[in-house]
Write a protein that binds this ligand. Structure first.
Ligand code: PXL
Length: 263
């Protein structure tokens, strides 16, 4: 049986991030990807030109359609746009018996806001508590907890601050620090440090969505959280290495890198 995986996220018309990245990652990792759309962005390699969120009823209806008939082995969240949508999705996930990967998306690679400032408190108090794994980057850690990380040693403090809001595990993504791409996965007792060499490639659009989608796909296939995160890190590192130019700006990671000849 092919595991069913659901992403609850926004559309990136350019196809590198958001729902599109999630579904491509799920295909590459051998699970059946399904989507609940929360928002539509007009977006390309240069940035986000517009964003429109869907009504709460449209998000709720999509979720119920998928979960009540097809069923899900794991759920992932990405761009949720508003406090209303964050709270709706948190409630839906709380009522679903499946692991949840929460990527607390704040801004796009170009710095465009994908989450209202007024939604931060709902992310802290409603969404993070229902997460099996939360996957913030350092900007999201600062936004959510006030902890600013400038060195690898400070990743521990960031992890403790996020765990304070209640996710079972947190993966702090240290990719914005200089040097190797180092992430810390912890549940407060175990620590797993994941290190990958930095690839000299500016075409990294969609990295966060791709990593979270790879984690949720591996969880759906039965991996433990540390196994899922290690496999996902390896997949996203390959996708970043193979990232390619598109349009005039930042191109996407290559979700299909393992399908290419020789890889
Ligand atoms: O990477 C975060 C993200 C999530 N969702 C959508 C996006 C982006 C980044 O561009 O466009 C729709």
């Amino acid at each position: 049986m092919i595991p069913n995986v659901l992403t609850v996220a926004g559309s990136d018309s350019g196809g590198g991030a958001g729902i599109q990245a999630d579904l491509k990652t799920m295909l590459a990792l051998g699970v059946h990807g399904m989507s609940v759309l929360t928002a539509v962005t007009a977006q390309n390699s240069l940035g986000v030109q517009g964003a429109w969120e869907l009504p709460v009823e449209a998000v709720r209806a999509q979720y119920r359609s998928v979960v009540d008939d097809i069923g899900v082995q794991a759920v992932k969240t990405g761009m949720l746009a508003s406090a209303e949508l964050v709270e709706t999705v948190a409630e839906l996930i709380a009522g679903t018996d499946a692991p949840a990967v929460v990527d607390p998306v704040g801004v796009s690679k170009h710095g465009d806001s994908l989450l209202a400032a007024s939604a931060l408190d709902s992310v802290r108090t409603k969404l993070l508590p229902v997460a099996t794994v939360a996957t913030p980057n350092l900007d999201e850690v600062a936004q959510l907890t006030g902890v600013r990380v400038e060195s690898e040693e400070q990743l521990r403090r960031a992890a403790a601050a996020v765990l304070g809001y209640g996710p079972r595990w947190v993966l702090i993504k240290g990719g914005h620090l200089p040097g190797d791409a180092v992430d810390l996965l912890t549940d407060g007792s175990e620590e797993h440090w994941l290190r990958a060499p930095r690839h000299d490639n500016r075409h990294t659009h969609g990295t966060g969505c791709t990593l979270a989608s790879a984690i949720v796909s591996q969880l759906a296939k039965g991996d433990s959280v540390p196994e899922a995160v290690a496999a996902a890190k390896s997949y996203v590192t390959g996708a970043i290495a193979a990232g390619f130019a598109l349009g005039g700006g930042i191109g996407p990671v290559d979700h299909g890198w393992r399908f290419r000849a020789g890889s």
